[in-house]
Every structure is written in structure tokens, then in C-alpha cells.
Design a protein. Structure first.
Length: 236
């Protein structure tokens, strides 16, 4: 499986990018459409794909739309490589979720350097997130205890979400199942509401405990825990 997925509809540029990255030790593959990108993401093992290099003007979708989709479905880094070079285009790209924005005049060496830099940043971020102790879930008082012993009060929705993931014991929990269990009936058809719940919970854990919620997106298959969450009663 590849570390980098190049999404570019120009065959020559796509081949040049993939070949250059592979020649410099970064396993890469390329696709030419949004549909092929989605298929490739579904075929990847969780945590294998790390970066997507994304064109904007694809034949079947906008790269801006895809960046927003990627950001809600995976934890991959996003490098936009596009001919769109106006300030409003760059702003739109960053707002959609891009980590780095490059124009197509950029030489292959710059694309490689940007990819290597983003890989380092993602590795450092991952190392910082290693838990130092146990995550625990209190089913009586609806709170999450972090490895640094910070207790975070949970809403009913947040508690139900974490409890559902805890029950799967390390296996991904599908979005449809989570929507059915976590959301109120009038919001069950809105997958974006589920993503919003998770985003708020991530921000809460960062703000209150300076830690990262041990939950990862599995593209096309919901969410999965990246660390065991134990029952708090067993540690009291």
C-alpha cells in the first residue's frame, strides 16, 4: 500500500509526480478522477495512506469539495497542487482542509520537500499523541478520564458515541450504526452531524486536557479507537 496518493487528471504530470516520489523513497500511486480517489481510499488499510496530493480541476468533481470530504473521512494530510493561484483560491483551499497549497509551476523538488515536511509534521504529531496512561470511561457520571487523570464531562451524545466504540473492542464502528445509536431521530439522516459531534469532542479534550481523543476515522467505515478505553469503575 502507498504512503502518498496523487490525484491528478493530467497523465504526464501524474506519472512524473508518482515516479519522482517513488524514486526518493516515498511509496506513491496516482489516480485521475475523484471516483478513482474514493475507490483507492476504500482499498487502503487504516493508517497506511498518509498524504493526498490533490488537483482542483478534476473532470468529475472539484478538489475543494474533495478536500472537505477527505477531512471528514480520514486523517490524511492534504497538499493541493493546482493551477489556481489567486489569493481567494489559496484561502478557499486552506478553508477546505489543505495543509499545504502549491501551484503547478512548482518543481518536482519542491513537491518532494513539501511532502517530506508534512510527513515529518504528521509523525511528530502522532508521537505527541501517545497516551501516557489509561483512558477510562465512567458510565455512571458520564465522564472521560484521560491518561493524565483529567476528568472531562461528557454530554449524552458524546458518552454514547464513545461507549459504542468501546464495545467494538478495536474494530471500526460503521457510520450508519453510530448515527442510529448516537443521534436523535430527527438528525439520523445527517452524517455531518455525527462528524460535528466528534469534532467538538476532539476540541474539548484538547482544550481541557491538552491531549488527543483516541479516535480515528476509517474511510468509508466509520470510526475506530486508537487506544483502549477501560471502564472507570475498575480503577476507582
Amino acid at each position: 500500500m502507498s504512503t502518498v496518493l496523487v490525484v491528478e487528471d493530467e497523465p504526464v504530470l501524474r506519472t512524473d509526480l508518482v515516479d519522482y516520489l517513488n524514486a526518493n523513497g516515498i511509496e506513491s500511486e496516482g489516480v485521475g478522477t475523484a471516483k478513482d480517489m474514493r475507490d483507492a481510499l476504500k482499498a487502503q488499510r487504516p493508517c497506511q495512506l498518509q498524504i493526498i496530493i490533490l488537483d482542483v480541476a478534476l473532470p468529475d468533481d472539484s478538489g475543494f469539495n474533495l478536500a472537505e470530504e477527505i477531512r471528514t473521512q480520514t486523517d490524511c494530510g492534504i497538499i493541493m497542487l493546482t493551477a489556481y493561484n489567486e489569493p481567494q483560491d489559496r484561502i478557499r483551499g486552506f478553508e477546505a482542509g489543505a495543509d499545504i497549497y502549491l501551484v503547478k509551476q512548482a518543481p518536482l523538488q519542491e513537491v518532494l520537500a513539501a511532502t517530506q515536511s508534512l510527513l515529518r509534521r504528521m509523525t511528530d504529531r502522532s508521537s505527541d499523541r501517545e497516551p501516557s496512561g489509561n483512558w477510562c470511561l465512567d458510565s455512571v457520571r458520564w465522564r472521560l478520564r484521560t491518561p493524565s487523570n483529567v476528568d472531562i464531562k461528557l454530554t449524552a451524545t458524546e458518552f454514547t458515541f464513545l461507549a459504542a466504540l468501546k464495545e467494538t473492542e478495536g474494530r471500526p464502528c460503521g457510520r450508519d450504526e453510530l448515527i442510529e445509536r448516537v443521534l436523535r431521530p430527527n438528525t439520523q439522516s445527517d452524517g455531518r452531524h455525527l462528524d460535528a459531534v466528534v469534532s467538538r469532542l476532539r476540541r474539548k479534550v484538547r482544550a481541557q486536557a491538552n491531549d488527543e481523543l483516541p479516535v480515528k476515522v476509517v474511510y468509508g467505515n466509520g470510526y475506530v479507537l486508537t487506544a483502549e478505553i477501560q471502564s472507570l469503575e475498575a480503577h476507582e
